[in-house]
Design a protein around this ligand. Structure first.
Ligand SMILES: [Cu+2]
Length: 128
């Protein structure tokens, strides 16, 4: 390689190095703050009563969520709509006094509803 070519390569390397060091020269910007937790509840037992699920949205760690039917005669169920596949098995359609329904959830966001009252009874669970 000739001296002239070596100098040209060195000049390019210097230009690249200088180009990457321009700027304010101060400290790097601080990392962004963590996102706030989702609004809603934080419980592993959801009440099924009065044509609603409560709380919703709910935020839980990965694991089990329990649905508890309040004591009344209106039938409701828990039917999964979206979330990490495969979905848990849906609950039975049942009334207050029937057994609790427990589902095991993975990290992700699930949506569900009651097929008896699909418009008003909807819920979201965020699993972290
Ligand atoms: Cu219902």
């Amino acid at each position: 390689m000739s001296i002239g070519r070596l100098l040209a390569v060195a000049a390019i390397a210097l230009a690249v190095a200088c180009g990457s060091s321009t700027g304010s020269g101060g400290n790097p910007p601080p990392p962004p703050p963590p996102p706030p937790p989702p609004a809603g509840g934080h419980t592993t037992t959801i009440s099924v009563a009065n044509n609603s699920f409560s709380p919703t949205p709910d935020t839980i760690p990965a694991g089990n969520i329990t649905f508890h039917w309040a004591a009344n005669a209106i039938t409701h169920n828990v039917t999964w709509q979206t979330g990490p596949a495969p979905f848990p098995m849906n609950s039975a359609t049942q009334v207050g006094g029937d057994p609790d329904y427990v589902a095991t959830l993975k990290v992700g966001t699930y949506t569900y509803h009651c097929t008896v009252h699909p418009v008003v009874m909807t819920g979201t669970i965020v699993v972290q």
